[in-house]
Design a binder for this molecule. Structure first.
Ligand code: SF4
Length: 232
């Protein structure tokens, strides 16, 4: 069976953590520069995971994301960034792959070879022996055969697998737009399921002149309201 998004995240995190422990690569304490300057891309499947998290935890950013103006472009900082929080990221457990991989994944250099460069805000760990780039090169030996350190997990390989957990709906989009789209779909599906259940139990009496289900005036719906919605 194909791995889920959370299984792929866990697999990447394990590999990246092992690599970071071995090399000593780490972000500066309290750094949030990538969140301040980026609105990360997010696939549909990733956005659904975040949307469920927001709904299930009654997250403080839920209403803001849901009612964000769709015409406003993706302008940093990331809408989930919290400058004063412990981790800065308010959705840390379900943050998208882009954020997990930032500065902890390898890409390719100009010649197409796997390579890794420290983020410019990261301190140079002792294991890099003064270099900011892996593989470490030895001028007397052919390039890329002399690295004393392993490369971190490959960005493209993991990204391809993450994108493979697709629902065939759309291309990755900036996180605010992708999550709002996912929230709208989930809330519509929940509303539909709720109306179906109410109809089944005879609480809704049929359809009115507009084709919408007609609510029994004596019925009080016990389920929690949709965030930001007006009472029915
Ligand atoms: S989702 Fe979280 S980690 Fe990613 S950019 Fe936004 S605040 Fe930062």
């Amino acid at each position: 069976m194909a791995p889920t998004i959370t299984e792929l995240y866990a697999r990447f995190d394990r590999q990246a953590d092992r690599w970071a422990a071995r090399t000593g690569v780490s972000c500066p304490t309290g750094c949030g520069r990538c969140c301040e300057t980026t609105v990360p891309p997010c696939s549909d499947a990733e956005a659904r995971l975040i949307a469920h998290h927001l709904l299930d935890t009654h997250h403080e950013r839920l209403a803001a994301i849901l009612h964000r103006d769709p015409d406003v472009g993706a302008v940093p900082p990331c809408p989930f960034y919290e400058p004063t929080g412990d981790y800065h990221c308010t959705i840390y457990a379900v943050r998208p792959f882009f954020c997990r991989a930032f500065a902890f994944a390898s890409s390719t250099d100009k010649t197409g070879q796997p390579a890794y460069r420290l983020c410019r805000h990261m301190p140079t760990p002792d294991s890099f022996a003064g270099s900011r780039v892996l593989p470490l090169r030895d001028a007397n030996r052919p390039a890329r055969t002399d690295s004393a350190l392993p490369l971190p997990p490959g960005m493209v390989a993991f990204q391809t697998r993450i994108d493979g957990v697709a629902e065939g709906l759309s291309e990755p989009a900036p996180i605010d737009r992708a999550v709002r789209r996912a929230l709208e779909r989930i809330l519509i599906a929940r509303q539909y399921a709720r109306d179906e259940a109410l109809l089944e139990h005879g609480v809704l009496s049929g359809t009115d002149a507009t084709g919408s289900p007609e609510r029994d005036p004596d019925f009080t719906d016990p389920s929690p309201p949709v965030p930001g919605s007006r009472p029915a």
